[in-house]
Design a protein around this ligand. Structure first.
Ligand code: DP6
Length: 327
């Protein structure tokens, strides 16, 4: 009853921001992402009667408090579905900075779901796995699949799942993840989006714009239309941040480095190097580009003062089990 899974993170092109149901994690709006190939989480889960308590280890350290509670709650749900009583040991490792805003909960809960369901002996298809992952962390349901993925908004759990629009080999674009100097985030994503739904006067306006953006991005992926995809992803990111900025209390996680990269992308575009930016909740920026411009963009990004790290991502594959266990 031991299994290991690896899951890639994903970058939202049309973003999820706000829940209709906090417990089931049903989103207020649909979202579309690209699963990336260089940012991943590996997780091993073992259920055994030898364990007296559940034990969670993240990046080599025993997890405590909220972090460990969220993992155990997820394990509890999977135990319930599979009618298991055994306690579990969970070990998880990211190949990137946790909580840096590079979507660690997306790859984390996707890997945890696949490893735990497999260790529990459940045989589920990807749609069912995405429904389970969603209840750990919303964005993780999209990481179950590779390539371009849509998470459907619905008012019931069984209808809010992720599905693939096109696989990782269909349309080759690049997501250059730019890590910039930044202070630690003051608020978690979960509390931040809750506050937006409650207090932001612009919230409903974004919901209607999102429907249109979903349609455009879905079509842009299928048509391999980078201009339409990039433009819309950048616009949707700005809409999401307009909501964040006008939430009480204000959600402003950008640093000076974030804004430098935003300006640079605009300037390079004006020069004829086609690229677009999208930002999640942290300070870091994802630059979307075509493969042929990627090298030049990376060269230029590295010259920006507050840039710490640059990771070039291609569309990546979906989460899967592997044979190499972490313990
Ligand atoms: C800005 O999936 O981390 O990255 O469901 O509360 O765990 P919870 O939130 P999470 O939120 C991700 C928000 C986002 C946009 C996106 O990925 O669509």
């Amino acid at each position: 009853m031991k299994s290991t899974a690896i899951a890639n993170s994903n970058t939202a092109l049309v973003k999820y921001w706000g829940k209709y149901d906090e417990k089931l994690i049903l989103p207020m709006n649909g979202s579309i992402s690209m699963t990336v190939d260089k940012l991943n989480t590996t997780t091993t889960v073992e259920f055994s009667s030898d364990y007296k308590n559940d034990l969670v280890e993240l990046n080599g350290k025993k997890a405590e408090g909220k972090e460990s509670e969220r993992v155990i709650e997820h394990i509890d749900m999977i135990r319930k579905i599979s009618k298991l009583d055994e306690k579990a040991k969970v070990a998880s490792k990211n190949n990137f900075l946790t909580a840096a805003g590079l979507a660690s909960s997306a790859s984390g809960f996707a890997a945890l779901t696949i490893a735990a369901c497999s260790a529990a002996g459940l045989e589920l298809d990807k749609k069912e796995l995405s429904i389970i992952a969603r209840q750990g962390s919303g964005s993780s349901c999209r990481s179950i699949f590779g390539g371009y993925v849509e998470w459907l908004a619905a008012k019931t759990s069984e209808k809010s799942y992720a599905k693939q629009i096109a696989d990782e080999n269909y349309f080759d674009i690049r997501d250059i993840a730019v890590v910039v100097e930044a202070a630690k985030r003051k608020h978690g994503t979960r509390e931040s989006m809750q506050a937006s739904v409650r207090t932001c006067p612009l919230y409903d306006a974004r919901l209607s714009a999102v429907e249109k953006n979903l349609k455009i991005v879905r079509k842009a992926v299928l048509d391999k239309d980078f201009t339409s995809l990039g433009k819309t992803a950048e616009f949707d990111s700005l809409l999401m941040h307009a909501i964040a900025l006008t939430t009480t209390p204000t959600i402003l996680n950008w640093s000076a480095g974030t804004i430098s990269v935003m300006h640079a992308v605009q300037d390079w575009r004006a020069e004829g190097i086609e690229c677009y930016y999208t930002i999640d909740t942290g300070a870091h920026v994802h630059i979307l580009s075509l493969p042929e411009n990627c090298r030049e963009i990376i060269k230029r990004v590295k010259l920006i003062g507050s840039v710490i790290d640059v990771i070039e991502n291609k569309p990546g594959k979906g989460a899967e089990t592997i044979n190499k266990h972490l313990f």
